[in-house]
Ligand binder design. Sequence first.
Ligand code: ATP
Length: 359
Amino acid sequence: MSETATAPDVRLEEVVKEFGETRAVDGISLEIPRGSFFALLGPSGCGKTTTLRMIGGFEEATSGRIFLGDRDVVGLPPYKRDVNTVFQSYALFPHMTVADNVAFGLERRKIAKSEIATRVSEILELVDLEGRGSRKPRQLSGGQQQRVALARAIVNNPRVLLLDEPLGALDLKLRKQMQLELKRIQHEIGITFVHVTHDQEEAMTMADTIAVMNQGRIEQLGTPAELYERPLTAFVAGFLGKSNLLEGTVAGDGVVRLGDGTELRARTDGSQGAVSVGVRPEKISLGEGGVNRLSGQVRESAYIGVATEVVVATAVGELTVFHQNVEAGGVVPAPGSHVTLSWSPDATFVVDRREEISG
Ligand code: ATP
C-alpha cells in the first residue's frame, strides 16, 4: 500500500454516530500524528467510547470518514484494520499461559515458532513481566494481567493501539504506577496510542494531546498545559482541575469589570460583552503582591498536605485558594479573618459566560 510519509495515523472527518434518536457523536474531525499519545477525555456519555469503537471498527459511523494512515477504513471489520484494543476487562484466555496468551495473535499469522518465542520474550521484558511467561493469568495481580493484555495487543506491532479505560479496574495506587508505565512503554515502542478516559489527571499524566469532549463534540484540543492554562470554555476550565470563575464584562482590551466594579487585568483575546473570568486556585496568593486583587473573609481552610485549601468569600463570590505549604507549620489565616487575594494578569483567562456544566 502506498503511503504519504506525512499522513497522520488516524484521521476523522465530520464523523457522526446516531443510535436511534441519540446523537452520540456529533461531527468530530481530528488528526492524530504518528507516534503520539492521544487521549479522548470527557464525562460519562460524551461519546468518547463510541468514537474509539468507530476507529476500531466495532461500531460503524452514521456519516463521515475515518482514515488509518492513507486508508479509508469505513466498512472494514475490526480484524482488517491495523489496530488493536486493550479493554478494561483484560479478556485473557484463563486456561493458557501468559506466553501463550501473548503469542496467540502471532500464531494465527503463521510466524515461525522461534521468531514467536523471541518476540514474546522481548515483549514480556518490555512490560516488565520477564520470567512470568509460564504462569496462568489467575496467578498474576490485576496490574500484571493488564500488562499481559497490553503485551498481547502490541506484540504484532499494530499501527494504532486503542485503550478503552484500561486502568479502570485497578486501585488508585496501582493505576498511578501503570499510568507512568504505559507512558514509558509508548515512548519505547513509538506506536500511536489513543486512550479513552473520564479521569483528567490520568489523561494529563499520559497524553501529549488531549481532546476534551462534551455532548458528542470536541470542546477543545491541545496539550495538557494549553488546556489547563488557557481553557477556551467554562466546561474545559471546570473539567480539568479546579477553577475560580467570576462573572464580568469586558471593559476594554485586557480588562474585565466585575459586578462590584472591580477591574481585573486578563487575557481577553478578543472576547467582548458578558464573560466569565477565571483563575486557578494555586495562582492566587494571600497578600497584595499581584496586580489583580480582591478582598474577602476566610470561610474555611483545610490542610491537604501539599497545600492548604482556603475558601474566601468576596463581594463577587467565593474563591478557592491553594496556599503552598512551603514551611512546616506555616500560618494560614483562620476562618473569619479578612484577607486580600492577588494574582497575575497572565494567570487570568476569559471564557464565555459559564454555561451549565454537564456530566
Ligand atoms: P462512558 O464513560 O460512560 O462510557 P462515553 O463518553 O464513552 O461514556 P459513549 O459510551 O460513547 O459515551 O456513549 C455516548 C452516548 O451514546 C450515550 O448517550 C449512550 O447512552 C449512547 N450509546 C452508546 N452506545 C449505544 C448503543 N449501543 N445503543 C444506544 N445508545 C448508545
